[in-house]
Design a protein. Structure first.
Length: 139
């Protein structure tokens, strides 16, 4: 069995954003040479997410509205976490909802997706560097 590890770096200029990272994960898969196995894609920061869904702008706008209703940024005083001097209590909750990681099967050297599935990086407290781990295991 072979293993491959890489990191993707992001610095989203806004507080929040969604980035389709499917092509970056596919590049890692090509570099790995693995034909059959699995890939783990993991946000390595507690205010960011990795998830799978459709690459449709209306859906992403719906996510933004929905997440802001569930965990509004303002007023920042509503979050006990922000007593630490930070203002990102909402970002921790949004990450919890959207998830930390995804696992995708690899078949014949390709990501084995369902129809319309793509991998996304979700940022909920941007404006600084963050990492995403790509770990590929297989033959």
């Amino acid at each position: 069995m072979k293993s491959y590890r890489d990191e993707l770096l992001f610095n989203i200029p806004a507080r929040r954003g969604f980035v389709n990272i499917t092509h970056l994960v596919e590049d890692c898969l090509k570099k790995s040479g693995i034909q059959e196995g699995i890939v783990l894609v993991n946000a390595m920061h507690i205010t960011a997410s990795v998830f799978i869904n459709d690459d449709e702008s209306g859906l992403h706008q719906d996510y933004e509205k929905w997440l802001e209703k569930l965990a509004p940024h303002d007023p920042t005083s509503q979050y006990l976490h922000n007593r630490t001097g930070e203002d990102n209590g909402d970002a921790h909750l949004k990450r919890q909802i959207m998830g930390r990681e995804v696992v995708v099967a690899i078949t014949n050297g390709q990501l084995d997706f369902g129809t319309w599935e793509q991998i996304f990086y979700g940022e909920f407290d941007g404006r600084r560097k963050k990492r995403v781990l790509v770990k590929i295991i297989g033959e």
